[in-house]
Design a protein around this ligand. Sequence first.
Ligand code: NOJ
Length: 529
Amino acid sequence: MAQRHRGRKPVLLLRVQAHPIRTVSIPTSRIVLVRTDLRVDFYTWTRDSALTFKYLISAYTNGNSSLNTLIEDYILAQGRVQVIKSPSGDFSTGGLGEPKFYVNETAFEGDWGRPQHDGPALRASTMIAYSNSLLSSGKNATVRDIIWPLISNDLNYVTQNWNHTGFDLWEEVNGSSIFTTAMQYRALVEGSALAQKLNESCENCDSQSPQVLCFLQNSYWNFNHSIANINLAQDNGRGGLDCAAILTANHLFDAEATCDVDGYQPCQGRALANHKAVVDSMRGIYTINTADDSDAKTPGKPVAIGRYAEDVYYDGNPWFLCTSAAAEQLYKAIYQWSSSGSVVVDDVSKAFFQDLVHDISAGTWDKSTNQFTQITNAAKIYADGFANIVKKHAGTNGSIAEQISRENGTMVSASDLTWSYAAFLTMADARAGGKVLDQETWGWDAVKVPDSCKASSATGDTTTPNPTQFPDGQGSSENGTSGSAAGTPTPTGGDGSKPTGKSGATAVTVTTMPLLACLALAVLCSGAL
Ligand code: NOJ
């Protein structure tokens, strides 16, 4: 099995809509150089950056005030990144959809799966989280003058483009992605709420968010599980089961949400049925799953999880971030069952629950019942099983790569992937529950699905960003001047090495990677898992 694709270039055939049909190969430098450890694969992805800083901002708001400068640097860097002219366009012609840049804030000009529409949405949500934290300490002017213009640009990109196809989070499939649509919905809801707090408005957020919600609710469900990619430019030969939908539930989590049909919350029936279907699709395909546990093929047993079963990238392995995500959805569901006081087992989710408690029947199981206790206990054991798989394959120094070898469990592909750390750390937070999750609320039900839904878009005004400094004097004003400038610290091969052929490499990369590894190590060694 290990030799299946080794020695061959994992060329992915992609069709790029809105351009003449062409094939794009993922640059071989990525593959070869990561394999030979030269680590030239060193970029900042808007998505990975936003998800990493989403975690760091949560850590900041929960007491780690030392992260403030890093967060400010991230935001200032995004102001510069927003105006980089790239193959996706310039600031006003689609450049915000460019997925990745060199970390010295220059454009990557090579072939890639672009545009990717989730980046601006995720970045808006991340900057909104920090803005809300500043507002709670009265720093309204800072938010209004420095951060809101950047957020507003991203929101405008979302309202303009949500109904256009683009490449998904895995950068391979051109179409509509459940993850992208969900993140767009969340950003518009949060954007509208922040605008109101600032005495501003986001009318386009308000006009588009019901339509995005409608699309999210009605388009991706096949009555058994979610189909992660739809409206494909080209048949991708996949069944649609994808870790992307598990990530979707996790990133839509709202502590105040209920588990009923609207919203794709971690505890919602569709999201649980999908969890089962995705996990079951990967039980038998990786050698390590059955080698680690001869019962791994039995539903309800935790296993290492990849992006999607048909994956061939780097031989198609389990991914750390997907295995963490499988645990995180369950921890978040347990939180929601506990806070709402009941577990609802319906026809859609019954098979998921029967993997945990074999004789459970459909019904609403109140906190006082044995069934509630049985379900929540079993779900916790199941979730811990996924978390332990991550723990088992992570480095003893806390390092977490992109993938886990399907054959022998060693770390493979990009080392020290920031998103792997972020996914691990948010999973650990979800496991701990309590205050961190209590605070995760973003207005999941602020919008209702309209009676009639339509394809739409709205274009608003944008402001060319020019943020230079936060008022406290922290944060960098120019590339490389304060020791923490440039791009966002989310290189794939994150060993702190400099990107080749570029000047002004950022020091954020060398400070953030050890920070993340350190935070992960603290969790791994604390006995908390
Ligand atoms: C490849 C992943 O598929 C994509 O989601 C991610 O953004 C990049 N690697 C960088 O980590």
